[in-house]
Design a protein around this ligand. Structure first.
Ligand SMILES: C[S@@+](CC[C@H](N)C(=O)[O-])C[C@H]1O[C@@H](n2cnc3c(N)ncnc32)[C@H](O)[C@@H]1O
Length: 261
């Protein structure tokens, strides 16, 4: 379906849910003559984060398996694979994997599941340890045909709780229920308002020494604004999509990692 048709369907089927998205578009339109925000990229993010040879080998080994699982269901993984949303790219999942192992994460929360590529990597990284992943995802009301693809990449669901609904409604309640977390991943709606909301709420529940990974930070200034606000150490990394990303982008797609002292 072409992108304009998707937008039309979204407005018709979910006018209230579309509000945040369109408000963000208006803000971006009004800023069109201002110089875009440029993030300074940490090209050596792998060594700064401590990605080990073992992390590399294990994430690279998992890729073909996950791609095969998705392809066997008729899904073409990669950019714009789930409507206009992208599946996670290899760099993003390597950072998440490395953090989950290094932090010996037991409680991980993410927003934005789609095919569940990040979810699968997190669950594999938790491995034999007694860890748990809580994922929040809002199935697009305007595209019911993709609902049965949610979490398609996840094989073993025993340590996984999938919560369906908008992060704005579900995230705070979930964090109140489960207490302190080790790792938070944002990969849901990348509007300034929603990103600032999720980062602020998750940060309060993040344990000292914990980390937050935020995808698609190049779309707006939210990550920069947030990191300055909480004065945390942050890394900026470039996405490494498995094929060119048609929807992207000034800086080629970026994700950020915020580390809590
Ligand atoms: C970029 S995709 C997630 C990709 C996924 N992390 C992966 O690696 O395969 C974004 C997902 O966020 C969901 N989403 C959009 N707005 C949301 C919201 N307000 N709250 C929760 N999920 C949302 C979309 O339905 C979609 O499934």
């Amino acid at each position: 379906m072409n992108p304009w048709m998707q937008v039309m369907r979204r407005v018709v089927h979910d006018p209230i849910g579309s509000y945040g998205y369109f408000a963000d578009r208006v803000i971006r339109f009004n800023r069109r003559n201002k110089p875009p925000h440029e993030y300074p990229v940490d090209h050596d993010w792998r060594s700064l984060l401590g990605v080990s040879e073992d992390d590399r080998i294990r994430t690279e080994r998992l890729w073909p398996e996950i791609l095969g699982t998705l392809e066997s269901r008729g899904i073409r993984p990669g950019p714009a694979s789930y409507l206009f949303w992208n599946d996670a790219d290899p760099a993003l999942v390597q950072a998440i994997w490395c953090l989950a192992r290094r932090l010996r994460a037991a409680k991980v929360v993410e927003t934005g599941v789609a095919h569940g590529v990040t979810s699968r990597f997190i669950l594999e990284a938790l491995g034999e340890r007694d860890g748990h992943l809580w994922s929040i995802d809002l199935p697009p009301r305007w595209a019911p045909e993709v609902h049965d693809e949610i979490g398609a990449a996840v094989a073993d669901r025993s340590n996984w709780s999938l919560i369906l609904g908008p992060s704005r409604r579900c995230l705070r309640r979930l964090l109140n229920d489960i207490g302190q977390i080790d790792l938070f991943i944002h990969d849901s709606e990348h509007t300034t308002r929603n990103m600032l909301f999720e980062m602020s709420v998750a940060w309060k529940s993040l344990r000292p020494g914990g980390a937050m990974v935020v995808d698609d930070i190049d779309l707006n200034e939210a990550f920069d604004v947030f990191c300055k606000r909480v004065r945390c150490k942050a890394l900026i990394a470039k996405a490494e999509p498995i094929r060119p990303d048609p929807g992207k982008r000034r800086q080629g797609g970026l994700f950020g990692v915020a580390l809590k002292h």
